[in-house]
Design a protein around this ligand. Structure first.
Ligand code: DGL
Length: 264
């Protein structure tokens, strides 16, 4: 038993898609979340900068006495997960391996699409992980640099967003039967993405898949939070505007959460 919170980090609001799934699957666990919206998107940035920014968030979470850290960001996972995992003496999870495994399980045609930020796609990490687990899989990756700014500005249903998603995903339509949402911001656009790809394409939410791994690790290390504790006092922090973050969090988590501005 360990009643300390779990730390989540992301370049902005995208990691909320992981937190939502955590609240559904593991409602007794407490969350400390940091989103670096002031410096989002991370995807087009050089690897060194993504490494530095991610470490700043990791250090912030460590001041909150967390028992585990989840890099709820594919871009940060692609660049720095191994390094953070080696350096800390608490469990550190990323979102890429769970998404890769789930895609292999889901596909029938063995043709998997992956969409992500420019950095995640340039790293080629999904293809490498998928083919290291199952070499016969064909993987087609596509960078979607316009998606994160749309989500950060809460443009989840606008006609501009629909047009951008349609134009961006056109090259993948009809080519794959499974599509990995390889950026934690993308599940916020899920209905539009599903519409463009067609109902027969299975969408894999890499963040949601990672919650199953969180659960396994909590059980393995016997560090679940006590079920006797009634309330969770979740803490949400953003480097940008707290009210904007709270508005997206309210839509996405279906609850009002207290958000504090923080400077890293
Ligand atoms: N949510 C981050 C991810 O999963 C978005 C990265 C960005 O800010 O570009 O990759």
């Amino acid at each position: 038993m360990d009643n300390r919170p779990i730390g989540f980090l992301d370049s902005g609001v995208g990691g909320l898609t992981v937190v939502r799934e955590l609240m559904r699957q593991l409602p007794h666990e407490e969350v400390v979340y940091i989103g670096d919206s002031a410096r989002a998107p991370y995807g087009p940035r050089p690897a060194d900068q993504i490494r530095d920014y991610t470490w700043e968030m990791v250090r912030f979470l460590l001041t909150k006495n967390v028992k585990m850290i989840v890099l709820a960001c594919n871009t940060a996972t692609a660049v720095v997960w191994e390094e953070v995992k080696e350096a800390l003496d608490i469990p550190v999870l990323g979102v890429i391996l769970p998404g890769a495994s789930a895609a292999i399980k889901a596909t029938k045609s063995k043709r998997i699409g992956v969409i992500g930020t420019p950095m995640t796609v340039a790293s080629d990490i999904y293809r490498k992980k998928i083919q290291s687990l199952s070499p016969e899989m064909a993987v087609e990756s596509l960078a979607c640099p316009k998606f994160v700014p749309l989500v950060e500005s809460n443009e989840l249903q606008s006609s501009v967003t629909k047009k951008v998603v349609y134009e961006t995903l056109k090259p993948l339509a009809g080519k794959v039967d499974t599509l990995v949402l390889g950026c934690t911001h993308y599940p916020l656009l899920r209905p539009i993405i599903q519409n463009v790809m067609g109902p027969e394409v299975q969408l894999i939410d890499s963040g949601a898949e990672c919650v199953r791994d969180i659960s396994v690790l909590l059980n393995y290390f016997e560090i679940n939070r006590s079920r006797q504790l009634e309330d969770c006092h979740h803490q949400f922090y953003t480097t940008a505007n707290a009210a904007s973050f709270a508005a997206i969090a309210k839509t996405w988590l279906h609850q009002v959460v207290h958000v504090e501005h923080v400077t890293l």
